[in-house]
Design a protein around this ligand. Structure first.
Ligand SMILES: Cc1cc2nc3c(=O)[nH]c(=O)nc-3n(C[C@H](O)[C@H](O)[C@H](O)COP(=O)(O)OP(=O)(O)OC[C@H]3O[C@@H](n4cnc5c(N)ncnc54)[C@H](O)[C@@H]3O)c2cc1C
Length: 321
């Protein structure tokens, strides 16, 4: 038995639905008989093809919100459908800035409970959720005991996105209703961060640096190696907190979760809060001068050595190829 209907809150960028949205649609397919998406923005009609391909039969379109933040209108639209008896059995939302905003507002408007920081969903008559605690060393299971629909906020990379080969989803308008004062916030400026190469949480290769690099300038070696391997540079929190690299580069419990084919940890000790964000990588290579560093417990290949010698040698070898 599966639950009847799941709505997935579908975020998109200019290039289409986000990878996390596709991950959540993939998971929802195995949990509910009907999967539908809730979307907004100027490209919903165009995105309906991809959302359908990953399992949504209908896209509930909240409309082009212009310069409004999505939190208030999207939450109000979903709450309105639930109040009218046209809502889903569960709402699944990505752990993102807007996703968390929508979840909080929906919870307040519809007086429904929220489960957050979910990394696993187990189906059945009711959904059971999995949450890492104590820096990812333990997993707790949870489920709602009251009547739903429940609101589930799921972390990126908790599921692998897989196409279902579905037909384009039908697009149906979802009315927002009167928002009153909650709709008064407006986006006044947008800043697009310049990135070259793949995004950290989507890269096939991630090269991360930690405090073992010694000083900020040495992060250039991590950047260069990542470029040579067509990957993305990452970091431990220690060097983010030290101001060497931006927070966007941080891997771990309070940063990004990555699951690349190859993760290279350079001068990173392997604190549980770091490992929870990268231990799902297919192949882990660690370079650390301390042979007892915890990072070696998850490494497939360990190099006991000085990053100041090993990294230049690797860069040199790749350049000469
Ligand atoms: C609530 C909370 C959330 C957190 N979230 C995160 C998170 O999201 N991500 C995260 O990364 N951390 C997080 N942390 C911090 C975490 O506990 C560690 O402090 C941090 O990961 C350590 O970073 P590091 O490995 O770079 O530094 P260190 O622990 O100082 O390790 C440096 C390593 O470099 C090695 N080394 C030194 N010199 C060399 C050299 N020349 N060559 C090779 N190896 C060398 C050392 O042997 C050592 O193992 C969090 C902590 C808390 C309390």
């Amino acid at each position: 038995m599966s639950i009847e209907k799941i709505w997935v809150v579908a975020e998109a960028t200019e290039t289409g639905p986000t990878t996390t949205t596709l991950e959540l649609l993939t998971a929802a397919r195995s949990l509910a008989s009907t999967v539908e998406a809730v979307a907004w923005g100027p490209n919903t009609a165009a995105n309906a093809a991809v959302l359908g391909e990953y399992g949504a039969t209908t896209v509930h379109d909240v409309g082009d919100l212009g310069d409004a933040l999505p939190g208030a209108p999207v939450a109000a639209a979903i709450a309105g459908a639930i109040a009218a008896g046209n809502g889903p059995s569960a709402v699944i939302i990505p752990t993102s800035y807007d996703g968390r905003d929508i979840a909080g507002r929906l919870s307040a408007r519809a007086d429904l409970p929220v489960l957050t920081n979910i990394t696993g969903l187990v189906g059945g008559d009711e959904l059971t959720t999995q949450h890492p605690i104590f820096g990812g060393t333990e997993i707790v299971n949870a489920r709602f005991t009251g009547s739903g629909p429940g609101i589930y906020v799921v972390r990126a990379k908790s599921f692998a996105p897989e196409s279902a080969g579905g037909a384009p989803a039908a697009v149906a308008p979802l009315s927002v209703g009167d928002l009153g004062a909650t709709n008064s916030a407006t986006i006044v400026a947008k800043h697009v961060e310049e990135v070259s190469g793949p995004k950290l949480d989507e890269a096939e290769v991630v090269v991360s640096g930690g405090r073992g690099l010694g000083e900020a300038a040495n992060y250039a070696m991590v950047d260069e190696l990542a470029k040579l391997l067509h990957g993305a540079p990452g970091a431990s929190r220690a060097i983010v907190d030290a101001g060497w690299v931006p927070y966007a580069n941080q891997v771990g419990q309070t940063g990004k979760t990555v699951k690349p084919t190859v993760y290279l940890a350079c001068g990173i000790s392997g604190a549980t809060q770091h490992m929870v964000g990268m231990k799902g990588s297919k192949n882990i290579i660690a370079i650390n001068k301390d042979q007892d560093a915890p990072i070696f417990s998850v490494a497939d290949l360990g190099i006991v050595g000085d990053v100041h010698k090993v990294l230049p040698a690797l860069i040199e070898a790749l350049k000469s190829n």
